[in-house]
Design a protein. Structure first.
Length: 143
């Protein structure tokens, strides 16, 4: 016969381990975002595409830790994030008409600002929920 206290203890342990793993993933995600911002090998548009994907993954991974109302508030916006694009044309030599080639991703300063806002807001919620804690030497800055 299984003792109810043992089952409850196992459930709590599993939840705790999942939360730890999630927080480690979120920490790695934040580090990846930081590294992308310093990368000199990528264009601004390429960096933004990678950031969009990382912000989306941050939200998806953190959603079990976030209050339901926060998930509902951000879900549609974050899952629909996409890079700004512009049409590109090939100027055919000797012809007056240009041929449509496709779309090219371009850097969007407003989108970049919104990505930063979303990350700040999500981290604040996680801190309010007691998942992110400032290092002890910085505690005075947040309280």
């Amino acid at each position: 016969m299984v003792d109810e206290n043992d089952k409850d203890s196992e459930d709590e342990s599993a939840k705790f381990n999942m939360a730890i793993a999630t927080l480690q993933d979120l920490s790695r995600n934040l580090e990846e975002q930081r590294l992308i911002s310093y990368s000199s090998d990528l264009t601004l548009a390429q960096k933004q595409i990678q950031r969009i994907n990382l912000v989306r993954q941050f939200f998806i991974r953190s959603s079990p830790l976030l209050p339901d109302k926060v998930v509902l508030k951000y879900k549609n916006e974050i899952l629909r994030l996409k890079p700004a694009q512009r049409e590109t044309y090939d100027n055919c030599s000797g012809m007056s008409a240009s041929k449509f080639v496709g779309y090219k991703s371009v850097y969007d300063e407003t989108l970049e600002y919104r990505l930063d806002e979303i990350m700040i807001e999500l981290q604040q919620v996680l801190q309010e929920e007691k998942y992110f804690m400032p290092p002890s030497e910085e505690e005075g800055m947040f309280g």
